[in-house]
Design a protein around this ligand. Sequence first.
Ligand SMILES: Nc1nc2c(ncn2[C@@H]2O[C@H](COP(=O)(O)OP(=O)(O)OP(=O)(O)O)[C@@H](O)[C@H]2O)c(=O)[nH]1
Ligand SMILES: [Mg+2]
Length: 313
Amino acid sequence: MKLVITIPAFNEEKTLPKVLSELPQKIQGIDEIQIVIVDDGSMDATSEIALKNNTVLVRHTQNMGLAQTFKRALNEALLLNADIIVNIDADAQYDGAEIQKLIQPILEKKADIVLGSRFLGKIEYMPFGNRFGNQIATAVVRWLTGLKITDSQTGFRVFSREAAARMNILSKYTYTQETLLQAAEYRLAVVEVPVTFRKRSGKSRLISSLWNYTRNAGLTVLMGYINYRPLRFFLSLGALSILISSVLGLRVLLHYLNTGLVSPFLPSAFLAGVLLVVGLQLLFIGLIAEMVKFSRKTSEDVLYQLKKNKFNE
Ligand SMILES: Nc1nc2c(ncn2[C@@H]2O[C@H](COP(=O)(O)OP(=O)(O)OP(=O)(O)O)[C@@H](O)[C@H]2O)c(=O)[nH]1
Ligand SMILES: [Mg+2]
């Protein structure tokens, strides 16, 4: 069993040494541990620290954002023939000593993905806005995926090789929700384990403003959802439009049958016509999007087959 610990890092020279020092040297049920640091174009000494500490360093020459950094980390771990992949942030908010209990459900084959849940565990400090945003995001993901989770945003998570090969991250901004939508789509078992979450020492690199975060995360979730459920999404919108059109149209029709006149309901009649056309178009868009989804899923299956196979050492 090989465990690869991935650490996405963007200007984290202050906290990275602490994160590295807390990582376990030995873990029960694991024969080999390797650490991969993906330096996302840091301007500080992040890369030097990675090199000094005998880790595998992957370096983006430009800042690519957390989602692409995480994607790179997963793929790198797969290339290193990882059986299990643990992701931990470089800001020392999570405690590496908890990795042993986090990987347990995967070792026992009870899970494909384990989330280190801060809300089940202990939160030393989280600003009210972040706490609120986290809860809302989790509620939305829970509703969309049916997964019974308490922390959809955690950066402390474990993937089996199988699950990691299934992940196909398209977002530029955040991977946290997209990976869970994909887990639900591919029926991967997601389990939560309580973890401790410490206060962030420096300034958050991600949550610079709550509004920006909400907008970007919201768009990511919406696009992710439409990608996997296009028919349901567009059929619902189309049906709603046609329903409103029918109600308006019926009122005009009844009035016409009674009086032989359309007026004074001309605007309603016009609106009903427009909504009917829009609704029908949405239904057709739904059908086309569903066909596009089939082609996307075929590509994802090819990627999955390519990624899950191990490489000759
Ligand atoms: N934000 C951000 N983080 C990056 C980037 N690339 C890599 N990271 C790393 O991703 C991890 C998570 O970033 P954080 O800023 O801690 O995000 P967060 O934990 O959701 O937010 P906080 O609760 O405020 O800490 C850290 O280890 C960062 O160093 C990037 O472009 N932007
Ligand atoms: Mg953090």
